[in-house]
Design a protein around this ligand. Structure first.
Ligand code: SAH
Ligand code: DHB
Ligand code: MG
Length: 226
């Protein structure tokens, strides 16, 4: 099966499940104009994030890796009126574009965008007493996935959901000898998951207009430390 077929089917599914959405269209246009890398989740994946947030009745969300705020906006739209989303972005230019996009989406009051390296910002979020968060979306630099997951667990409660993007990488994840730091980062994170009794998790492979990849979904069962 070809990539063209995956894209054609994704286009079809977008027509069925993602209604005309001028705000999201303008976000992707702004990201392209600013020269951001096209690493946003696809529309159907954004809708999945939105649905997961609604299904779990999430009122507090933590995102690591904002880019232009495309996934941020999908997630923040799922929040109740008093809900809150914290999103962390390392790149100042990405954060600037995201801030304007989130404003245009009318979500500035719900979204707290923190600029900095996630491993610097996460301890501050904890020190501020934020959390536990109901839902996490981990989608930043892949070599740090295991550390981000440890932080998510730390800032979670039993019942929290953790979604981790880009864990299949065109199938590269099965290559134990890979010299790619992102692939090794994903594999190290997978090892952590396989040996973490406090969670239940699975991974789903995906194809679509951004190729072949996949995501992990985690349910936190317990937050007791061993
Ligand atoms: N979640 C976005 C896509 C994120 S792309 C969406 O689906 O729309 C990954 C982002 O993580 C990039 O913007 C990159 O600058 C950011 N990033 C990379 N390393 C980071 C770090 N150490 N801390 C915070 N953000 C980081
Ligand atoms: C990359 C990062 C992402 O989060 C993504 O969804 C796709 C690609 C990347 O760094 O190549
Ligand atoms: Mg991603």
């Amino acid at each position: 099966m070809s990539d063209e077929r995956w894209t054609a089917v994704d286009d079809y599914l977008n027509e069925v499940f993602v209604a005309d959405d001028p705000v999201l269209d303008s976000v992707l246009a702004a990201n392209a104009t600013a020269g951001l890398p096209p690493h946003d989740v696809t529309p159907t994946q954004g809708k999945l994030l939105y649905l997961l947030a609604r299904i779990s009745a999430a009122a507090s969300i933590l995102e690591i890796g904002t880019l232009g705020g495309y996934s941020t906006i999908w997630l923040a739209r799922a929040l109740p009126a008093d809900g809150r989303l914290v999103t962390i972005e390392f790149d100042r230019k990405h954060a600037e574009v995201a801030r304007a996009n989130i404003e245009r989406a009318g979500l500035s009051a719900k979204v707290d965008l923190r600029v900095g390296k996630a491993l610097d910002v996460l301890p501050r979020i904890e020190a501020e007493g934020q959390g536990p968060f109901d839902l996490f979306f981990i989608d930043a630099d892949k070599p740090s996935n295991a550390e981000y997951f440890a932080w998510a667990l730390q800032l979670s409660r039993p019942g929290s959901v953790i979604v981790v993007d880009n864990v299949v990488r065109g199938g590269a994840v099965v290559d134990a000898a890979s010299t790619d730091a992102s692939t090794q980062g994903v594999r190290r994170f997978m090892d952590v998951l396989a040996n973490e009794p406090r969670v239940d998790a699975t991974a789903i492979q995906t194809v679509g207009l951004k190729g072949y990849d996949g995501f992990v979904i985690v349910l936190v069962k317990s937050t007791e430390t061993a």
